[in-house]
Design a protein around this ligand. Structure first.
Ligand code: COI
Length: 345
């Protein structure tokens, strides 16, 4: 175990007062954008070397109408969270995993990406600069949104000549309006989220625009979100628009293997390790929709959603709840961080 790593005390300390908390209705946080104080920004040209980066007031940015991101969708995002602990320190959860995933995605999208070190340092600076927006313990978390985009001008289809990396933050509560209650999913039989050879395994912005229609229809029918099936056989589970999926049968927990069309979730990966440590058998493989219908429990995982139960479960989701509690107590600093996953600011 690596234990908790401490961030350099000097980082952005001039922005923060030790335990100051912003004036916000902390009891009623949903998952929406709240205007915070600062955002981090850095740019690079074709050489791929990002400048040192600076903290600027949160707000609109100027973009060339001909930028790669606006015209051809050359963009990637990440998501991670910071929690305030009872002793008023702040914990990040596995930020270097987000940095690595952004680097993998950037390669797929022909973009340069910040180094893991620059990414993690920028996340720390942004959180510290916005420390008063980290919700009080137990009231939610600070959602951190790193964004990488082709900001340079293009007209013919080509990688942009300039890139901008931004990190903004917003305090959040539960992702689904159901709160922690189970959610209803509809199995999508018309639209697909990803296809073999496509970009389903990277967090590119276009993956999220393309599921809006299916999500809109599902919401109109009273469902919380959409469960996608594979585009080839139309029978294997892939993922939900905003999270990965797991099915539980006895002591075995199964989840679709990440083989190109599924986003390799960091919560997914963490839940697999937590489940193994609790003595469950975990299988990453093809999981058919029939197995879901016969499962004891189904749950979804994601940074934004954390761990959420599926409403079709036969009884109380005992396994889902156990895993939810194990993961969140680690993230909130309420359990020993024996895997060295948290970074203390
Ligand atoms: C996250 O869980 O951080 C995501 O990226 C999902 C997003 C749709 C909110």
């Amino acid at each position: 175990a690596r234990g908790v790593r401490r961030c350099e005390a000097s980082l952005a300390s001039d922005y923060t007062k030790a335990s100051e908390v912003a004036d916000l209705d902390w009891e009623n946080l949903g998952f929406g954008i709240v205007q915070t104080d600062y955002m981090y920004i850095t740019k690079c040209g074709q050489d791929g070397n990002f400048s040192e980066g600076e903290m600027i007031p949160f707000g609109p940015i100027a973009l060339n109408p001909s930028s790669g991101v606006l015209n051809y969708g050359q963009g990637l995002f990440e998501g991670l969270k910071a929690y305030r602990t009872t002793d008023d320190s702040i914990l990040l959860f596995r930020p270097e995993e987000n940095a690595l995933r952004m680097r993998t995605g950037a390669e797929r999208m022909c973009m340069p990406a910040p180094s893991v070190e620059q990414f993690v340092d920028a996340v720390k600076q942004t959180v510290l600069a916005n420390k008063r927006w980290v919700p009080p313990t137990g009231k939610g978390s600070l959602y951190i949104r790193p964004l990488l985009m082709g900001s340079g001008a293009v007209l013919g289809l080509a990688p942009a000549p300039e890139y901008t990396f931004i990190i903004f933050v917003s305090p959040v509560g539960n992702y689904f309006k159901e709160g922690l209650a189970p959610i209803n999913l509809i199995v999508e039989d018309k639209f697909h989220r990803a296809t073999p050879g496509g970009t389903g395994s990277v967090k590119t912005i276009g993956n999220y625009a393309s599921v809006l229609m299916a999500q809109k229809i599902a919401k109109e029918k009273g469902y919380s979100d959409v469960l996608y099936l594979d585009a080839v056989h139309k029978k294997y589970l892939e993922e939900v628009s905003s999270c990965n999926i797991f099915v539980v049968k006895g002591n075995v927990i199964s989840t679709p293997a990440v083989k190109g069309t599924i986003l390799p979730g960091i919560t997914r990966k963490s839940i697999i390790d937590v489940a193994l440590s609790k003595g469950f058998q975990v299988e990453e493989r093809l999981v058919s929709v029939d197995e879901l219908l016969e499962a004891d429990e189904v749950f979804c995982t994601g940074t934004a959603v954390v761990v959420v139960e599926y409403a079709g479960n036969k009884g109380v989701g005992v396994v889902s709840q156990q895993l939810y509690t194990s993961l969140t107590s680690l993230q909130m600093g309420q359990a020993e961080d024996w895997l060295g996953w948290t970074v203390q600011l």
